[in-house]
Write a protein that binds this ligand. Structure first.
Ligand SMILES: *Cc1c(COP(=O)(O)O)cnc(C)c1O
Length: 409
């Protein structure tokens, strides 16, 4: 497929989001007074009421997005929640303290001792650790499934006590795009919930359109967008699940500081235009990397060699700017590390979603059920920022020179 048609595919969804990102989650105009463009930051614990009746009346509403006490959230948090629910196409949203809390809070909210969880083997590592330690201690067992497992294999893993089927698409580090509608069919046929970590797909994958019950976001990534805030969100499809989620979040003391919420709202205003640019730069680099002789495979959902590419093509309206690179198996990991150390424009560090480019070595053996196509060579992950794409290419080209020299030793 010609590159310019691909460019359209990876960035179309981001371009479409612009109006919602600019207009949503803003203070309401009042007829008498003017209104600031942006939400105010309200810091506070106590909320005062004029009399006992008003205090009592509001106390009974602590499960709405209402203000009763600072621990139930602030006005800017609730504006952010309303905008996120619209971006995800869901009912209600709860903002929590981090992306990881957005993974753990719904698991605690919707699971009980004796129940069983299905996690994809490609799941974000701290989610795996939470299942293996905290959930295991509370009597919840976990089975890992290959992210590309088909309908028959997933169905065979469902038990009477399975209460959550969890998906992450594309998967952390290996980028398998999952068949989410198929997973939703299985989950619902068994009367269980489908949870999706939709961090990569915010705005370009509509979880509730595809049957997801609980959608998880690390707002730390593209929504905050400037590597300056840590925050998460959970969005649910219906009011019954909202009550359960909101109650759990309150009991766990989950909320977000008003400054983090404000930074995230500010980041969201430009998320569409940032990602329109970043997704195109990432695709250009992915195409270029695929032609390099050192590279075995580029794990980018918009490229045909990425497992589940057909599901990306069917279900997504765009791509983000995070993808994996697998080097040919003859390159030693140490030479790849020398290459990474030599890069000037790519910062070495965890997380992603900011305006700047990052690189992270990802060769690893934490998987339990390797699916076909699991990387054999050394791997690293790239996050493409807003730098000039020719500069990024030149930096990577210099890195490949170091890879070659270091390999020849
Ligand atoms: C980063 C990330 C998280 C966790 O987000 P934090 O805000 O860093 O806690 C969860 N899931 C995925 C897929 C992520 O990439």
């Amino acid at each position: 497929m010609p590159v310019n048609q691909d460019e359209e595919r990876v960035s179309a969804g981001w371009a479409k989001l612009g109006s919602l990102l600019v207009q949503g989650g803003r203070p309401e105009e009042s007829p008498e007074e003017g209104v600031f463009v942006n939400a105010p930051v309200t810091r506070g614990s106590t909320v005062l009421y004029p009399d006992v009746a008003a205090l009592r009346n509001n106390g009974s509403r602590s499960y709405d997005h209402e203000l009763v006490y600072g621990a139930m959230g602030s006005p800017v948090q609730h504006m952010l929640e309303r905008l996120l629910a619209r971006i995800e196409g869901g009912g209600d949203c709860q903002v929590v303290s981090s992306g990881l809390a957005a993974c753990t809070t719904p698991l605690l909210a919707f699971m009980a001792a004796g129940e069983h969880l299905l996690l994809p083997d490609s799941v974000y590592f701290p989610t795996r650790r939470f299942a293996d330690t905290m959930l295991a201690r509370m009597g919840i067992s976990t089975t890992y499934y290959p992210p590309m497992a088909g309908e028959a294999d997933i169905t065979a893993l469902m038990r009477p006590e399975t209460s959550v089927l969890f998906a992450e698409s594309p998967g952390s580090h290996t980028f398998e795009v999952q068949d989410v509608p198929m997973l939703a069919r299985i989950a619902h046929a068994h009367g269980t919930r489908l949870m999706l970590d939709n961090t990569w797909g915010i705005g370009v994958f509509q979880p509730f359109l595809h049957g997801v019950d609980v959608s998880i976001q690390a707002l730390t990534k593209y929504p905050a967008g400037h590597s300056d805030a840590i925050l998460g969100a959970v969005t649910v499809a219906n009011g019954a699940d909202w009550k359960i989620l909101r109650d759990a979040a309150i009991q766990l003391g989950q909320l977000a500081g008003p400054d983090e919420c404000w930074l995230t709202l500010r980041g969201l205003r430009t998320m569409g235009v940032r990602l329109e640019r970043q997704s195109r730069s990432a695709l250009a680099l992915a195409h270029w990397l695929r032609e390099r002789p050192e590279v075995a495979r580029v794990l980018h959902p918009a490229l045909e060699d990425c497992p589940g590419h057909q599901f990306w093509r069917r279900d997504f309206t765009g791509a983000s700017a995070l993808f994996g690179v697998e080097l040919r198996a003859e390159y030693p990991v140490s030479a790849m590390e020398d290459m990474i150390d030599a890069l000037a424009l790519f910062g070495r560090g965890a997380s992603w979603g900011g305006y700047e480019s990052l690189v992270l070595p990802t060769t690893g053996g934490i998987r339990r059920v390797h699916a076909d196509g699991y990387p054999r060579g050394p791997t690293f992950r790239l996050h493409i920022g807003l730098e000039n794409v020719a500069d990024l290419k030149a930096d990577l080209a210099g890195g490949f020179e170091v890879l070659r020299v270091s390999t020849e030793g």
